[in-house]
Design a protein around this ligand. Sequence first.
Ligand SMILES: N[C@@H](CCC(=O)N[C@@H](CS)C(=O)NCC(=O)O)C(=O)O
Length: 200
Amino acid sequence: MKLIYSGASPYARKARATAIESGMASKIEMEEINPWADPDGYRDVNPVGKVPALIRDDGPALYQSNVVCEYLDAQGDIKTYPASGPERWTALRQLAAADGILDASVLIRMEGMFHEGDAVAQKLIDRQELSVDEALNQLESEITDLEGSITIGQIAVACALGYRDFRFAEIDWRGSHPKLATWFAAFAQRASMTETDPEA
Ligand SMILES: N[C@@H](CCC(=O)N[C@@H](CS)C(=O)NCC(=O)O)C(=O)O
């Protein structure tokens, strides 16, 4: 089995961290690519050309980070997706908030990379920053839900906060979200975070 990732991708980081937390990492070969370079044959693995993707031994490749994470979870001994009950919906709600932060943040970055001419789409940027801030506010107000044994929700939130630090270091989220900052400082010590840190 081979996990295809890029070191900077927070979506791929979710998959890499889930591989570690679920106990699957030793069974997975890792291959780093630059998806923007459209490596030869990669669209046969993932037709939409993004990372992460997982080449399986027993079936066609899987792509989209949440699909990859759920597959790794299903194979692993340590469960990161609670099977049922309120814990499951809490974890999936956190995953949705984290993905919302990532989608908004990556869209802002894409605007910076691809806009043509001098005009920046400030309305688009402001709307995405509002979404990031409101999602952080929700996570802050539900901070006790991030406690307890490892879940995909915790992994995803940590990857989203790590991406804000990596690409938007000039925007301080900690001052207005102090409980989240304390939670992240502790979670960031886990091997799944230190071993996938894009700045390490
Ligand atoms: N929703 C996708 C997003 C993946 C994604 O956007 N990955 C970026 C890197 S952060 C990528 O590969 N971009 C290349 C492209 O858009 O062509 C997922 O969860 O896997």
